[in-house]
Write a protein that binds this ligand. Structure first.
Ligand SMILES: [Zn+2]
Length: 288
């Protein structure tokens, strides 16, 4: 019998191969069926199966049909396993030469679409692995989560930034006396700038959550609203005031030492509030 694809005279087998390309709401599919020779079976099997394996899954219906297509193609290919190669005589048929590409959908489209899927996949991976990205690509992380807080990944990013800023601001001071302490504190200003930025974003998010009453059915959300948000705001304000005072004060005198003490105690009060939040958060299992 002659091969339906290349027209070669020789042993053929009746096979059916499918290809699926999932494109979210739509899909592209193709089918080849009929009496095919061994080389054509191999070409269609490889092209249709590899295309489906990589591009088949991306859609609801596509996700469901892709496993069946893959199983069918492998099954059809194995069925034709015993098929002999076309004889030497058949090689004289003019159109035996390998087509550069078989199957449906242009090769260029498959490569470009495959790259798009790969990039989207990498993007999603980066978006949801906040900790990993912060360690290895902080600049990309800042771009991904730099806007308003709209989901958990954004929240996780802001949270990690805030705790890091507080840790850095509260790290132990080595200096003794105002003259040494002053530059040491002021050298930490970048953390305060960053903290103000993240606190602003967080407070805006909290306002939205309050207006939508999101805390009503969620104890962890309620804790964030009632304890964390005011404590963080108080801490940020206390630190800002402390920096303003420190910048303008070159010397501690009898007159301004009371002001400094008051500022320091505001700072430690707000830190106590934050620690209280951390304790309550743990108690309710919200830290997991
Ligand atoms: Zn053929």
């Amino acid at each position: 019998m002659s091969c339906k694809i290349c027209g070669i005279e020789g042993p053929t087998k009746d096979v059916t191969f499918y290809q699926n390309i999932g494109m979210l709401v739509t899909r592209q599919w193709a089918k080849v069926e009929g009496e095919l020779c061994r080389p054509c079976i191999g070409r269609y099997f490889r092209s249709y199966t590899l295309t489906t394996l990589f591009l088949g899954w991306w859609g609801v219906i596509s996700f469901l049909v892709t496993p069946f297509i893959l199983i069918n193609n492998v099954f059809q290919y194995l069925r034709a396993n015993q098929l002999a190669e076309p004889g030497i005589g058949a090689m004289n048929v003019p159109n035996v030469s390998d087509p550069p590409f078989v199957g449906s959908g242009s090769f260029k489209f498959k490569v470009i679409y495959g790259m798009v899927i790969g990039l989207v996949g990498l993007g999603l991976l980066a978006y949801y692995n906040v900790g990993f990205m912060e360690k290895h690509a902080p600049a990309i992380n800042a771009r991904l989560h730099g806007g308003e807080i709209t989901d958990e990944a954004d929240g996780e990013y802001v949270g990690s930034k805030i705790w890091n800023d507080i840790r850095s601001l509260e790290a132990e001071y080595k200096s003794k006396g105002w003259n040494e302490f002053r530059p040491e504190l002021l050298s930490r200003e970048p953390y305060l700038t960053e903290l103000k930025l993240q606190n602003d974003r967080l407070q805006r998010r909290m306002t939205t959550e309050r207006s939508q009453n999101l805390g009503a059915n969620d104890v962890c959300e309620q804790l964030a609203l009632d304890e964390m948000s005011p404590a963080l705001d108080a801490y940020t304000k206390a630190l800002s005031n402390l920096f303003v005072f420190t910048k303008s004060t070159t010397e501690i005198t009898k007159e301004n030492s009371a002001e400094f003490d008051a500022l320091s105690s505001k700072e430690s009060d707000s830190l106590d509030q934050l620690n209280q939040f951390i304790t309550d958060n743990k108690k309710h299992g919200c830290d997991k």
